[in-house]
Design a protein around this ligand. Sequence first.
Ligand SMILES: [Fe+2]
Ligand SMILES: [Fe+2]
Length: 335
Amino acid sequence: MYTQALSIPDEGRSVKPIHPKESPQQIQAFEDRIAADGRIEPQDWMPEAYRKTLVRQISQHAHSEIVGMLPEGNWISRAPSLKRKAILIAKVQDEAGHGQYLYSAAETLGTARSDMLDALHSGKAKYSSIFNYPTLSWADVGVIGWLVDGAAIMNQIPLCRCSYGPYARAMIRVCKEESFHQRQGYESLLAMMQGTQSQRDMVQDAVNRWWWKCLAMFGPPDTDSAHSEQSMRWGIKRISNDELRQKFVDATVPQAKVLGVSLPDPHLKWNEARGHYDFGDIDWDEFWQTVNGHGPCNRERLATRVKAHAQGQWVRDAALAYAQKQERKLQQEAA
Ligand SMILES: [Fe+2]
Ligand SMILES: [Fe+2]
């Protein structure tokens, strides 16, 4: 979901722009291919810094998909109808699938999945800070679909043209599924807005709590975005944080009108000269607090994830034992 990932280093890791052993010819050939909008594939030569940047971004993206299952997963057992429960289960399963495609894409760069998971579970790796907020009512599930998945689509569509082939291809399928997520969220809010006053109030309250956090999902302003410029040159990132944020605001304001909710920003207004909506200032202190581990649910999310991983150990052991058994069988047949 999450251009934020491009701008924020994991703890204790920094990427040097040029590796001492890289020849200018190799770098030139690589840059020429990117300039011609070609794709880089796993077997191709690539600068070490490009590889490391991609591993960081794709693994942060994968972690975000997996941790992103938790806030909504909380509501599966409390969904108001069988239909809503089935939709929500399907959506949360999609997010698990997104995590799997992305871990696989990162593995093609030579990083073991177990190392990526260790980095997540030890708190070294980052994931999107949006998932460190609680889901207080059923309306939060709809608002997450509409706004959080909506922001994710805005971020991810340009990644379908990312210069690294496996990442770009994974994103094509992810984007199709995100589009379903956005629509199911919006549709569930439309149903609530046609219900009772207390249902409408619940939707408005959820919008009030999530709106600013969704704007922060696009990452720090372009002027403070640590890795953006290099990523743009490498064709990993195609559109800047601020441009994406503006696109999101412009697309969402008319949807809020149709829904019948207000957006909690007194400065939000159409600017005829710019041809865009103006909006107020984002609270970046709160964003950084949450990114750095002090949001309302950081500890709870990580603890839940670590526990789920530990509880799944027997499944991984069984799968491994089965694969080894099959391998032995094949070897015996070949002998
Ligand atoms: Fe997703
Ligand atoms: Fe999604």
